[in-house]
Ligand binder design. Structure first.
Ligand code: NAD
Ligand code: WQD
Length: 341
């Protein structure tokens, strides 16, 4: 019998490439489609090197229906993990139409083609951003979504709704939205990792680039928040752990263990870590001193958010396993590897 096959859209990207590796390790066949708008072919080569499998790669835009259709005609996958999207929150405020077009069109194309070609299971990359600034910590899947504060966040909410309504209407289709908290780190092999373009907006790439001397100084955005050390708190999830959550979600749908056609899971560690704690941990684990300063608050930042991952622990049989030490060591190893290339 042939192995179950999974289409990974956006599979050349940060989370998609790590997920492709974990799917292959779990025995799935994988096909990657990506338009390389925010990634490089080197990530697919990294996946091939780590796994020893010549993963098929199609360079195509999921918004281009005709090009995307060819992937459905050529490959017999029954499940899709849809990572393909534009993801820079701040950029989305300045280019709303680009974000709505890319994130919504690609997603609606996936669902329409799945329906037409009789493919059944889909995992959607959602985000803790749908909770906005929560009234209570930690957040469960029942925590109300807040009105989105950026077009990017709005696309995540809209895609969740499109998924819920579609699997409700189309017989035989199942969907899982995974709400990621803050993904960080890299594969321990340092063959794949995050590839930020330009000046990093996210904390960990800014830290590693500062440690590498590419950036002069990390700005810690605010030390006067109502938190124990005054800096913001997040739930940092290792990208390999996050990748494994997708394998668990796909397995649940393929094996018929879903409890509803549409399900939502928080994917986090359950532990809140402050910016200053993370900086100190990075220094300690990697035996270096980081140049940083306290800067004013960044507009739009929420004070704190961390996950209650109980539902994913119990229902997906998934749990974050890698320690923050391992994750920050892998992030630094990846940064060094990038500089050697
Ligand atoms: P990424 O940019 O590294 O990966 C996305 C990939 O999709 C890229 O390789 C890009 O080239 C590709 N892509 C974009 N539009 C496409 C299109 N129309 N057709 C084909 N390929 C396309 O980002 P990531 O961090 O790996 O994020 C993956 C998914 O997870 C995204 O949907 C993102 O919104 C979501 N997410 C990310 C985070 C995070 O902090 N990284 C947090 C929550 C949710
Ligand atoms: C983390 C913390 C900053 C950079 C974003 C998106 C969210 C989701 C995950 C996709 C914050 C502080 C950062 C720096 C700093 N993505 N920081 N100096 O903002 O929690 O979430 O990524 O869905 O939607 O908004 O992540 O990594 O930008 O920031 O002090 O140079 O680090 O203030 O407290 P964020 P981040």
């Amino acid at each position: 019998m042939s192995k179950p096959s999974v289409l990974v859209s956006g599979g050349a990207g940060y989370i998609g490439s790590h997920t492709a590796v974990e799917l292959i390790r779990a025995g799935y066949d994988v096909v990657i489609v990506d338009n390389l708008s925010n990634s490089e072919i080197g990530a697919v080569e990294g996946v091939r090197k780590i796994t020893g499998v010549e993963v098929p790669f199609v360079e195509a835009d999921c918004c281009d229906e005709a090009a995307f259709r060819k992937v459905f005609e050529q490959y017999a996958f029954d499940s899709v993990i849809h990572f393909a999207a534009s993801k820079a929150v701040n950029e989305s405020v300045h280019k709303p139409l680009e974000y709505y077009r890319n994130n919504l069109t690609s997603f609606m194309n996936v669902i329409a083609l799945m329906r037409e070609y009789g493919r059944h299971n889909i995992v959607f990359s959602s985000s803790c951003t749908v909770y906005g600034e929560p009234d209570k910590q930690p957040v469960t899947e029942q925590t109300p979504r807040k009105p989105a504060t950026s077009p990017y966040g709005n696309t995540k909410q809209m895609c969740e709704d499109i998924l819920r309504d579609s699997v409700g209407a189309y017989e035989g289709m199942k969907g899982i939205a995974l709400r990621y908290f803050n993904p960080i780190g890299a594969h321990p092999s340092a063959l794949i990792g995050e590839l930020p373009r330009g000046v990093p907006q996210n904390l960990v790439p800014y830290i590693t680039q500062t440690a590498a001397g590419i950036r002069e100084c990390l700005s810690v955005f605010g030390d006067d928040y109502p938190t124990p050390d005054g800096s913001c708190i997040r739930d940092y999830i290792d990208v390999v752990d996050l990748a494994r959550a997708h394998v668990a979600a796909i397995g649940r749908m393929i094996e018929g263990r879903s409890k509803a056609a549409y399900e939502v899971f928080n994917i986090g560690t359950g532990r809140g870590v402050s910016v200053l704690e993370l900086v100190r941990k990075f220094e300690e684990v990697n035996h270096l001193k980081l140049n940083y300063r306290i800067a004013p608050r960044r507009e739009g930042d929420i004070v704190a958010i961390w996950a209650d991952p109980t539902l994913a622990n119990n229902e997906l049989g998934w749990k974050a396993e890698r320690t923050l030490d391992e994750t920050l060591a892998a992030a630094w190893k990846w940064e060094q590897h990038l500089r050697e290339k």
